[in-house]
Design a protein around this ligand. Structure first.
Ligand SMILES: [Zn+2]
Ligand SMILES: [Zn+2]
Length: 450
């Protein structure tokens, strides 16, 4: 069998200026989720220069590019996320929006472009079967729930994050497996999975009275802070093994300062390594919220939306990425099976319907999502990363696609279809008033569906 992996690497080398320029451009033009139009415009131009015809999502940012070999075979999907995070304290953030690529997604867009550049070598494509679908996907980060809700209310958005929305729209139909490289520790690595999540919005309602005469009031801010204190007391019961995390912020703390707060909103996220742990810890949190509202004579409307599923990694896909990484790096720069991460990603959702590998490539220093994050090795992030990603795609589909076929034959995928995946999301969602004051003086708490 031919091995054109080195030809793939050479094609990326020929486009190194384009890739390194793209890294600087996107770093300097960071945009938050579902608003990545400038990034899209820049990338579309580059794909067109390479001779591709991107298919746009249209009413949200994002597009995909199909690369066909002309021979039947599996379809490999590759993701590059477009969005930045909001870190107003970062020296290089957008001064208006606070956006900065402190999760390194800009380099993912470069690696996706590098993968496209690799397959401009027609002889390499002729050595392969099946097809490749490159996804420039918006909004992996959940930074602004108001923007998400507005798009949902308009009927534009049917999920929380970009990959889920692409799934809903059918853009992943016919794709058999998917890979991507996220920024990570120095060198190439993978971990064994990551947390899933549930997003929460709780609106406490009380009775506003003058702050000088608080006697007839019901303080919704105290209900909210009591709820958070109760959850903090529960933390010692949260499973360490399942990496349970709960973080919340008060997004509305009342109306005016000389009035007892009657309208307070807490928004947060629950994370855990299994769906069972997520559901069980969320029930405790909701119970605490409902009981704290009742303690103050207030009400609380709980709105739980399922976020991401815990990511399931495919061993065969990992094998192909690792063996490609060994063609780029010496062994001390390659790490297999780091423990799972408490972070979340909508690649977890993709892993519910097809085999997936979400590996990591270095090139940055400083914590993700912090003002310390900076690019320190653009060569690693952009050029080496493109080689590993594109090289792995080539190796999956070369010849008659034996490696991709092995992935498919041995894959264990939780949901047989996108439809069943979305039905499961609905099952874990909850929306309702959690406290009922009954006519007989009793109080009823309701905080889950079952
Ligand atoms: Zn991030
Ligand atoms: Zn990220």
């Amino acid at each position: 069998m031919n091995d054109f992996t080195s030809r793939v690497f050479e094609a990326i080398e020929r486009h190194r200026d384009m890739l390194l320029d793209a890294e600087r451009y996107i770093w300097r033009h960071p945009e938050l989720g579902f608003r990545e139009y400038k990034t899209q415009e820049y990338l579309l131009e580059q794909y067109k220069k390479l001779g591709y015809k991107p298919v746009l999502a249209g009413d949200i940012p994002g597009f995909y590019v199909d690369i066909l070999t002309g021979r039947p075979g599996p379809c490999v999907g590759v993701f590059g996320e477009l969005d930045a995070v909001c870190v107003p304290a970062h020296a290089e953030c957008d001064k208006t929006t606070g956006a900065v690529h402190a999760c390194g997604h800009h380099a993912q867009s470069v690696r996706l472009l590098g993968t496209a550049a690799a397959f401009t070598d027609k002889e390499v494509l002729e050595d392969m079967c099946g097809s490749i679908r490159l996804f420039a996907v918006p909004a992996e980060e959940i930074v602004d729930s108001a923007v998400i809700r507005e798009l949902q209310e308009k009927g534009v958005l049917h999920a929380m994050q970009g990959k889920q929305e692409f799934m809903y729209r059918g853009y992943l139909d016919g794709v058999d497996m998917a890979i991507m490289l996220h920024g990570g520790p120095n060198g190439f690595s993978n971990n064994t999975g990551c947390n899933g999540s549930l997003s929460k919005k709780c609106t406490f309602k009380g009775k506003a009275v003058h702050a000088a005469s608080p006697f007839g009031g019901r303080n919704a801010l105290y209900a909210a802070t009591n709820a958070l204190a109760a959850v903090n007391s529960l933390r010692e019961t949260f499973s360490i093994k399942n990496m349970v995390r709960f973080n919340a912020i008060i997004t509305k703390g009342g109306t005016i300062p000389n009035q007892i707060a009657d309208d307070v909103t807490v928004e947060g996220m629950v994370r855990a390594l299994t769906v069972e742990a997520l559901v069980s810890v969320n029930e405790k949190i909701n119970r605490a919220f409902a009981a704290a509202a009742a303690a103050m004579g207030c009400t609380v409307t709980i709105q739980d939306s399922f976020g991401c599923f815990p990511r399931k990694e495919d061993r065969n896909l990992q094998d192909v990425l690792h063996e490609t990484a060994h063609l780029v790096y010496s062994p001390e720069l390659i790490h297999r099976d780091y423990p799972p991460s408490a972070g979340i990603t909508d690649m977890g959702d993709v892993s519910m319907i097809m085999p997936v590998c979400h590996a990591h490539i270095g090139g940055s220093e400083g914590g993700g999502h912090t003002y310390e994050y900076r690019m320190t090795n653009r060569e690693m992030a952009c050029i080496d990363g493109s080689k590993i990603q594109a090289g792995a795609v080539y190796r999956l589909l070369r010849g008659d696609g034996e490696r991709a076929k092995k992935v498919l034959a041995e894959a264990e995928v939780p949901f047989p279809s996108v439809k069943e995946y979305f039905a499961a999301r609905e099952k874990y969602a909850f929306f309702g008033e959690a406290v009922a004051y009954n006519a007989d003086g009793t109080v009823t708490l309701r905080y889950h569906n079952c």
